[in-house]
Design a protein around this ligand. Structure first.
Ligand code: PEP
Length: 248
């Protein structure tokens, strides 16, 4: 039985006091939930948020991780540094990284590997653009994104990883994939991995991301291959995010 995971992605929003306030509101408001909840916060506020969340079940995540272990990589943050400040998760390959900062399938695979070496769980983001969907390339794009990681780290590495299917056309646009569209791709991803290792595929958490909101979360999370969500914009509002957390 897979445990659900609801993960907020605060992106590059707010200042320290906003991060502390939001984390405090979540810690105070979450109550009893069976699923896991995590927040991916800006690097510089990881220690502050770690402190606020110390006695709460909410886990801490980063929004990226370096593709190298350490050294002369100005501006990067290593997996060891993330682990050192208490990050449990790191997003890798978010579409904003891929499209604005040139993260390639191979660099995403290297980031994934670096995170795992330090015990940080990589959350591998995959998904197609609107153009790619309209040209019928959704599955082949997702295949390429997955294969680069599998070829680099091996299928066994997915025993300790999370995948987030995030159709690029649905991120921050207010357009959500329908429950059926999302389920179709989640099922496809699970099947693809099952061809290599059925147990790992059956136990893998696959999150949906793309304009998840309190009013669409329940339908998405009810799908058999959707194990929770990666929530951007709606995770900046504590009460809305808490509603999403309780939609599982
Ligand atoms: C995201 O940041 O990964 C995301 C899905 O954003 P939004 O929920 O705002 O579409």
């Amino acid at each position: 039985m897979r445990r659900s995971l609801i993960m907020g992605n605060w992106k590059m929003n707010g200042l320290r006091q906003d991060a502390v306030n939001l984390a405090s509101a979540l810690a105070e408001g979450l109550g009893e939930v069976a699923q896991e909840v995590a927040v991916c916060v800006p690097f510089v506020y990881l220690p502050d948020v770690a402190q606020v969340l110390a006695s709460s079940p909410i886990a801490l995540g980063a929004q990226n991780v370096a593709d190298q272990a350490s050294g002369a990589y100005t501006g990067e943050v290593s997996a060891a540094q993330l682990a050192d400040v208490g990050a449990k998760y790191a997003l890798v390959g978010h579409s904003e990284r891929r499209s604005y900062y040139g993260d390639t399938n191979q660099s995403v695979a290297n980031r994934f590997a670096q995170a795992q070496k330090q015990g940080v769980i990589p959350v591998l983001c995959v998904g197609e653009t609107l153009d790619e969907r309209e040209q019928g390339k959704t599955f082949s794009v997702v295949d390429e994104q997955l294969d680069a990681v599998i070829d680099t780290v091996g299928i066994a590495a997915f025993a300790n990883a999370v995948i987030a299917y995030e159709p690029v056309w649905a991120i921050g646009t207010g357009k959500t994939a329908s429950d059926e569209q999302a389920q179709e791709v989640h099922h496809y991803i699970r099947q693809r991995l099952a061809e290599r290792d059925a147990d790992i595929a059956a136990n893998l958490q696959i999150l949906y991301g793309g304009s998840v909101k309190p009013d669409n979360a329940q339908g998405l999370f009810a799908q058999p291959d959707i194990d929770g969500g990666l929530v951007g914009g709606a995770s900046l509002d504590a009460s809305g995010f808490l509603k999403i957390c309780h939609s599982v």
